[in-house]
Design a protein. Structure first.
Length: 78
């Protein structure tokens, strides 16, 4: 994914202190996610999970964010 190492704009309290800038960063991240046509994005940080969930629901609802442990649990043999 392009800019996979870039922040989603959550950055702890950053999204609350700078909502407009945070949303611009989030839109760029979601655009990069959408360009891959991903249906699931993995994250591990709480701020990233919350911020990406918000952004994906708003800008690319075909995709969801999941904690890496959720993905592991979902793929365990039954």
């Amino acid at each position: 994914m392009a800019e996979s190492d870039s922040c989603c704009g959550g950055a702890g309290a950053f999204a609350f202190v700078h909502p407009d800038l945070s949303d611009a960063v989030l839109r760029r991240k979601v655009s990069n996610i959408a360009s891959t046509q991903a249906r699931v994005v993995a994250a591990s940080a709480t701020s990233c999970l919350l911020h990406l969930a918000h952004g994906l629901a708003k800008y690319y609802p075909e995709c969801r964010v999941a904690h890496v442990s959720e993905l592991a649990a979902e793929n365990l043999p039954k």
